[in-house]
Design a protein around this ligand. Structure first.
Ligand code: UDP
Length: 322
């Protein structure tokens, strides 16, 4: 059966990788990418010459069309704290307003997929975090526009599922890195790599003992593909997707330093309410997505990411393909 698919945020880091995967599907007849190019970039899909793809420059919360879609994948949102803290209202609109608007474009019986976040666990009091953990979140804290709008969008979708049987697929993504993150994105891996290639000074907030579980984008998109593409799925709740090897920020910075002679670490003031740790419990993911595992080591993933940025920064190559 030919399918019509809409991806909001399809010019973004994660979205553009997902667009590449969607276009490998023969049943995808039309693929509409809705992106306002706030944090995304046309460069990320410039390598695609597939006639099925069309790009609509619009906000997810106000995009209109007479078309209805079999599958909607809602990714439109900044994911970097630097970006979402700068424009909290816009972040909330993209997530919640985007979901409300895009739901109206779903054909009856269609599937709605959403990228939520491990930020819903806040600064977690248990580790690793299973999906059942309700989190330690501050709705008036500096991260609230992001984590609360992701939480509220989850609430909206699961309530729609409850009252109308909507086919909802929600993933909670842990820190994801790789090619196609903006140079000025501000998240740890891309920042460290770009800093190593330019100023040579890597800025670590606080002592760097805070940890994250760093997932290489190809592994994460493999997980999304297995969860979002599946025709029928009995799992009716959020699903953690990530790499469960927890590594400190300092270790990541030191590894990046080792790739560029003369680069060094400088410690900066800690960031307010910076979560101290983050690690997915993948028990459910292993049951629901048999055979899936994020296997790329951070050393290998960072080397690949480094090479992509090196081509852009040192040789000026702007192609997104990795
Ligand atoms: N971080 C850092 N230096 C940077 C960027 C980030 O030390 O230049 C730290 C940040 O304080 C946090 C971790 O790296 O502890 C991950 O930050 P990121 O913005 O990548 O993602 P988060 O998990 O905070 O959303």
């Amino acid at each position: 059966m030919p399918r019509s698919v809409l991806v909001s945020g399809g010019c973004g880091f994660l979205g553009s990788h997902l667009v590449d995967r969607l276009l490998r599907r023969e049943d995808v007849e039309t693929l509409v990418v809705v992106d306002n190019l706030w944090t995304g970039s046309r460069d990320n899909i410039a390598h695609v010459s597939d006639q099925r793809l069309s790009l609509r420059i619009a906000d997810a919360e106000s995009f209109t069309t007479s078309q209805h879609f079999d599958e909607i994948i809602h990714l439109a949102s900044p994911a970097s704290p630097v970006w979402y803290m700068r424009e909290p209202a816009r972040t909330i609109k993209a997530n919640i307003g985007g979901a409300l608007n895009l739901l109206s474009l779903l054909r009856p019986g269609g599937r709605f997929c959403f990228a939520s976040t491990s930020e819903v666990y806040g600064d977690p009091l248990m580790s690793p975090q299973p999906e059942s953990y309700r989190g330690s979140v501050d709705c008036t804290g500096p991260r609230a526009s992001y984590d609360e709008s992701k939480r509220c969008t989850e609430a909206l979708l699961f309530e729609e599922q409850r009252v109308s049987g909507l086919d909802v697929r929600v993933v909670r993504l842990f820190n994801t890195y790789g090619p196609r993150t903006r140079i000025d994105d501000g998240r740890a891996v891309s920042n460290f790599v770009c800093q190593a290639l330019t100023t040579g000074i890597l800025t670590v907030h606080g002592d760097g003992s805070q940890s994250r579980s760093w997932g290489y984008v190809d592994d994460i998109v493999d997980g999304l593909e297995r969860f979002f593409w599946r025709d029928s799925i009995s799992h009716r709740a959020p699903l953690n997707i990530g790499n469960n090897r927890e590594v400190s920020v300092l270790e990541i910075a030191k590894f990046v330093c080792s790739l560029v002679a003369g680069s060094r670490i400088e410690h900066r003031a800690p960031i307010a309410q910076d979560p101290t740790n983050r690690c997915p419990d993948l028990t459910l993911a292993r049951q629901i997505l048999p055979g899936w595992e994020a296997t790329t080591s951070y050393q290998e993933g960072i080397r690949r990411t480094f090479e992509w940025y090196r081509r852009r920064i040192v040789t000026g190559d702007r192609s997104a393909a990795s």
